[in-house]
Write a protein that binds this ligand. Structure first.
Ligand SMILES: C[S@@+](CC[C@H](N)C(=O)[O-])C[C@H]1O[C@@H](n2cnc3c(N)ncnc32)[C@H](O)[C@@H]1O
Length: 236
């Protein structure tokens, strides 16, 4: 079956190009309908593309980190998600950093059955005071994964990459989320500035001549993802 869209002409939907086109369109419609705001994990809203939740599950199961540091908590769904997997694995804890943890979100997180594995830090992820608090909660011999999902401007993510990459232990991952902001700037409720102000630009700049990390495409293979080039594996 062939379709024609914008720059694509008569694309066979079953070809590699067709799959990529449909994924690109699906993501735009997904974002437009704010479907990322309509899912929850164990009762707590998690602001993620459903496919990405499955991918994170695969990654956490593979790495089995002692600690996950996540910048960007919102309602706390992702913290509850990571800690529920750690509960099943039988090890691990999560540090959640957010510039503003609203009282009702804090109550929901702290009263959740997964709360014992979670520590919340309120403060900007790039403030030195916050960084020191995070450092004080991580031991030298622990296996650490980092997830960046806070302010999605290029500058902010670039600064987070600079500050948080050193926490990631060899073979583990730094997941820089929402690079797809670069591809949804033209949706009806999108913003033109996302085209030139997005996490993807920060990731590409961080990865230029980077011998410490490599981009792992395995975790974006479902194509419908908010995190293109976002799974960075630490090599050494
Ligand atoms: C996309 S939401 C996080 C979603 C969450 N990870 C999830 O999966 O449900 C982004 C969050 O980043 C927070 N944020 C914005 N600027 C920040 C900053 N400078 N430092 C830390 N958090 C920030 C916002 O308050 C918001 O709660």
């Amino acid at each position: 079956m062939k379709i024609t869209v914008n720059n694509y002409k008569d694309v066979d939907i079953y070809s590699k190009e067709g799959f990529e086109l449909l994924s690109e369109l699906w993501l735009k419609v997904y974002a437009h309908n704010k479907l990322t705001h309509q899912v929850s994990w164990m009762g707590i809203p998690i602001i993620q593309v459903a496919e990405d939740i499955i991918m994170m599950q695969e990654l956490i199961w593979k790495i089995k980190p002692d600690v996950i540091i996540e910048c960007g908590v919102a309602h706390g769904g992702s913290l509850i998600f990571y800690s529920s997997l750690m509960e099943l694995i039988g090890n691990g804890r999560v540090i959640g950093v957010d510039v503003e943890i609203r009282p009702h979100n804090r109550i929901a997180i702290e009263s959740h059955s997964m709360a014992t594995r979670i520590t919340l830090i309120e403060g900007s992820s790039i403030a030195m005071e916050t960084l020191k608090k995070v450092e004080s909660l991580v031991q030298a011999n622990e296996k650490v994964m980092v997830v960046l999902d806070s302010n999605h401007s290029t500058d902010h993510v670039a600064k987070e990459l600079e500050l948080y990459h050193k926490f990631v232990t060899p073979e583990s991952y730094l997941v820089a989320m929402d690079g797809a902001q670069a591809f949804v700037w033209d949706i009806p409720n999108g913003k033109k500035e996302w085209k030139t102000d997005n996490p993807l630009l920060a990731i590409e700049s961080f990865m230029k001549d980077n011998e410490m990390f490599e981009i792992d495409e395995h975790y974006t293979r479902l194509k419908v993802t908010a995190n293109p080039k976002g799974f960075l594996k630490r090599l050494k």
